[in-house]
Design a protein around this ligand. Structure first.
Ligand SMILES: [Zn+2]
Length: 115
């Protein structure tokens, strides 16, 4: 990578250095995408950059691990609740409680992702 190129984050899968964005044809369109430079990894994406900078920004955007862990924990609890098919067996006593928690999580996510 030369000094005048924007900084690319390391590959989230192998930690390797990313290549500069490449133009790819896809269906009737085309987009720029960043790929990992490690040939044995070859991770890439997301496939949504109309410009090289958009591809770089997309590559460099990583999910907030705390938010994902919160969602995974919630979905696990919700699955148990649905699988049990009964109210009051989990941390919430009714469907209304679960709906309130979903609404609360959805309301807080945009702020959490900006942190
Ligand atoms: Zn990689």
């Amino acid at each position: 990578m030369t000094d005048n190129q924007p900084t690319l984050a390391a590959c989230p899968f192998c930690g390797g250095e990313a290549d500069k964005p490449k133009r790819r044809a896809w269906g009737r369109g085309a987009y720029y995408v960043v790929f990992c430079g490690n040939d044995s990894c070859n991770a890439g994406g997301p496939n949504s950059g109309d410009t090289k900078q958009e591809a770089i920004d997309a590559w460099n955007t990583r999910p907030d691990e705390a938010v994902i862990k919160e969602l995974v924990a919630y979905c696990g609890n919700l699955r148990k609740y649905v699988a049990n098919g009964q109210e009051g067996s989990m941390s919430h006593s009714s469907h209304e409680d679960w709906l309130n928690e979903v609404d609360d999580i959805l309301a807080r996510l945009p702020e959490r992702l900006k942190e």
